[in-house]
Design a protein around this ligand. Structure first.
Ligand SMILES: *Cc1c(COP(=O)(O)O)cnc(C)c1O
Length: 377
């Protein structure tokens, strides 16, 4: 059976976890957490990176830093993982969903401005499959309406838009290191902060509302309860697991891209004959092969294809029941404008196996089976 995902593992993880244990500092903000933060800061160019317990929690921190409150509105796509909305809804905000572009599955930058009201406080964009949203346009809208921009870059580490790392363009960027992502620590994430003036508050929110981070750096002689907050820092053992992969980030990225390109090359004939659609990478976007998806004609064809692949020992999956049609979406959100693509495209999209240790032979086999399903090849 070819799994849909296998968590990344390079071989060095156990040694680093052992080191973390031997350091006798397995709580948060130990040696490996510091190394991961530094690596991310250097690679992305962000002013500050804080490792967190998840991307969901990084987004919650962003919502706290943006001071999102009851009655505020946050514009976002409906075609996304629940966390994009959860973080803001938890603060009492309303999720205002706008439609996506069918080519990238990202929020349609041309529909955002029409959804802005006097209650809008932020735009939360999602870089689907590690392919950047039209950030120049989005930042311009945000600037004119005085809105925060939060990038859900859960899938976007090592990818860029016009030379800028995803997660570093908006006010706050959120990475995920869940086991389904390109680099993992089991459960984990990171908050990227563009403007240093937010760092002090971010550290306080992340450390249960205390100034413990300052205390550890010797900047205050005791730490105190400064504000509300929660616990968003991961164990250093988890950071140790992640660091083993960050050290090899380029190798992992290259292998993923090679598999992605192979899928694309092998399935191109099916796209040319109009049987399926393939992912589109806009000019100026460098992606990270987070995901390889195809689009079938409709849901019925997709269901049949999933069944066919499963019978051939291949696990392919779809995702995102659009948030606006889910029970919580009906309660906490509203769709602005027409749902032209969100529902329709979400019903056609199918993700093929994609992970670090996926072999070229496996890609060949999977692509061959997809072609067989469409009676081609
Ligand atoms: C994976 C993912 C998340 C959640 O990440 P966690 O680290 O599991 O909290 C949020 N948004 C998107 C788009 C994701 O793909």
């Amino acid at each position: 059976m070819i799994n849909f995902n296998v968590p990344p593992f390079t071989g060095k993880e156990m040694e680093y976890i052992r080191q973390a244990v031997e350091n006798q500092k397995i709580c948060g903000d130990g040696e490996f957490t510091a190394k991961c933060n530094k690596w991310i800061e250097e690679r992305t160019g962000t002013a500050k990176c804080l490792l967190t317990t998840s991307c969901t929690h990084a987004t919650e921190l962003a919502a706290l830093l943006a001071d999102i409150k009851e009655g505020d509105e946050v514009i976002m796509p409906s075609y996304t993982f629940v966390s994009t909305a959860d973080a803001f809804v938890l603060r009492g905000a309303k999720a205002v969903f706008v439609d996506i572009r069918p080519d990238t599955m990202n929020i349609d930058e041309n529909l955002i401005e029409d959804a802005v009201t006097d209650r809008t406080r932020a735009i939360a964009v999602v870089h689907y499959a590690g392919v950047g949203c039209e950030m120049n346009r989005i930042m311009d809208i945000a600037k004119r309406h005085d809105l925060y921009v939060i990038e859900d870059a859960a899938q976007g580490i090592m990818a860029s838009y016009k030379g800028k790392a995803l997660g570093t363009i908006g006010d706050f960027g959120c990475f995920s290191f869940h086991e389904t992502k390109n680099y993992s620590m089991g459960e984990g994430g990171a908050l990227l902060i563009r403007d240093e003036t937010y760092v002090e508050n971010a550290e306080i929110f992340r450390e249960k509302g205390t100034d413990r981070s300052k205390y550890f750096r010797g900047q205050v002689d005791k730490y105190r309860w400064m504000n509300y907050g929660s616990s968003y820092l991961p164990s250093d053992m988890n950071a140790a697991y992640l660091y083993a992969q960050l050290e090899m980030a380029d190798e992992i990225n290259d292998i993923r891209l090679a598999r992605w390109n192979r899928y694309r090359e092998l399935l191109a004939p099916l796209a040319e004959s109009g049987k399926i659609e393939l992912p589109f990478i806009p000019e100026g976007c460098v992606h990270n092969a987070h995901m390889f998806y195809i689009k079938a004609k409709d849901m019925e064809e997709r269901t049949a294809l999933i069944r066919f692949l499963k019978a051939n020992e291949i696990l392919a999956v779809f995702h995102y029941v659009p948030l606006h049609s889910a029970p919580a979406g009906l309660k906490f959100g509203r769709f602005h404008g027409e749902d032209r693509y969100t529902t329709r495209e979400s019903e056609r999209l199918l993700r093929l196996p994609m992970f670090y240790k996926l072999t070229e032979q496996e890609v060949d086999y999977i692509a061959g089976k997809v072609k067989e399903f469409y009676h081609e090849g």
